[in-house]
Design a binder for this molecule. Structure first.
Ligand code: ADP
Ligand code: MG
Length: 378
């Protein structure tokens, strides 16, 4: 990240020097479509994020400059002052959500820039929200706890950006810790850190972005959710979380084949997250990788949220001897996340690029990531 560029732009725009804050994007190693089933997700913060220089300006106005978009916005802190630019609404939303929680804030100047690729599934928006939530909390000594900072980001998306997201992205961006992933229980909101340091054990983590996003008719997301709720109801549970494969087999006759397969994926995914956490306690990265493949093919064949391009990337990974590969995110496009032995890395990337380009006419984008710290002052 080019801090000097931000400093120069800030100085140019505001003729001063501010304080520096940063927050990261995130990956999710395993645990997909588990959040709304009351299950686990297993994210970590990455070495790509947002950096903002901020200085209080003694007025009741925010003056914000986006270095990457070369765009400027100025807005007040009342509900009717919402800026028109969508990027500025993230900052405005964070200010509003802090105020709704009783936080007293005032105007500030800021210039910011980020290196989380937009819309690639690494949550550039959470990085942006967490940067400002954390910075304002510190600059105004608000004493907001870290979980509430994550909720402020989530509410910003809900109330100011029209995105009904869960808490995982903001949670990971705030709580991230280098060398660790976080298993978040989406039912109790409790979480636990697990050591995850692939570089130390001869592996790299890399995302391959298919750069496709399939537009789908109907609502496959709501559809999957409804299946899960139906099976949970037949099982007499609030969530599929906690149900076993035996429980599912026992009601197989009472549910549709489609619902059965979807529930089988979710119940399997629950166990895979737990298996991966256990494996990491033994530094057993090969088992981690095997579970990633199982998730991929479960998402593809049982949950039916994959697509041709993502299946192709996972298959190339298997052929190249990559330890683990799977769809990251909801599916139907986006990235695969890959755990690769260091000595296989160059060949894997070259092969995946060449084969994908030969078939689909463009190369996947490659993002190598390292698990890093969460929201902080620089
Ligand atoms: P993602 O999956 O990366 O979070 P979103 O669509 O949720 O994608 O958020 C992307 C939006 O966040 C952008 O359209 C922009 O408004 C804002 N954003 C992200 N990164 C930056 C940046 N570096 N500079 C300005 N705005 C950004
Ligand atoms: Mg987002």
């Amino acid at each position: 990240m080019n801090l000097t560029l931000i400093n120069n732009k800030f100085n140019e725009k505001f003729g001063a020097t501010g304080e520096m804050f940063t927050s990261p994007g995130r990956i999710n190693l395993i645990g997909e479509h588990t959040d709304y089933n009351g299950g686990f997700v297993f994210p970590g913060a990455i070495d790509k994020g947002m950096v903002a220089e901020i200085k209080l300006n003694g007025t009741d106005k925010v003056r914000a400059y986006s270095v990457d978009l070369n765009d400027y916005a100025e807005f007040g802190l009342n509900e009717e002052d919402a800026p028109s630019q969508s990027w500025a609404r993230y900052i405005f939303g964070v200010c509003r959500e802090i105020q709704k929680r009783g936080g007293k804030i005032a105007g500030f100047d800021t210039a910011f820039s980020g290196d989380v690729p937009l819309g690639a599934g690494m949550s550039s928006s959470a990085a942006l929200e967490s940067t400002f939530a954390n910075a304002l909390n510190e600059l105004f000594s608000l004493g907001i706890d870290r979980f509430e900072l994550a909720r402020i980001g989530q509410s910003t998306e809900h109330n100011y950006c029209g995105v009904k997201c869960g808490i995982m992205d903001q949670f990971a961006s705030v709580f991230g810790k280098a060398g660790h992933l976080m298993r978040l229980d989406c039912r109790s909101m409790e979480f636990e850190y697990f050591p995850f340091d692939p570089e130390q054990h001869g592996y790299k983590l890399v995302l391959l972005d298919s750069v496709v996003k399939h537009e789908l008719v109907g609502s496959p997301y709501n559809d999957r959710r409804a299946s899960c709720e139906r099976v949970a109801a037949v099982l007499g549970r609030e969530f599929l979380r906690g149900a076993t494969m035996e429980d599912l087999e026992a009601v197989r006759e009472k549910i549709s084949e489609e619902d059965y397969k979807r529930a089988r994926y979710v119940i399997g995914e629950e166990q895979r997250v737990l298996d991966v956490c256990e494996a990491l306690k033994r530094d057993d990265y090969e088992t981690v990788g095997k579970r990633m493949y199982e998730t991929h093919w479960g998402m593809s064949r049982d949950y039916e949220v994959s697509c041709e391009e993502l299946d192709f990337l996972a298959t190339v990974a298997e052929e190249c001897g990559v330890a683990g590969s799977r769809i990251m995110g909801g599916g139907f496009g986006g990235c695969t996340i890959n755990l690769v032995r260091t000595e296989l890395y160059d060949n894997f990337i070259a092969t995946a690029k060449a084969k994908f380009a030969a078939k689909y006419g463009h190369e996947p984008k490659v993002y190598s990531v390292v698990i890093s710290d969460g929201a902080r002052r620089l």
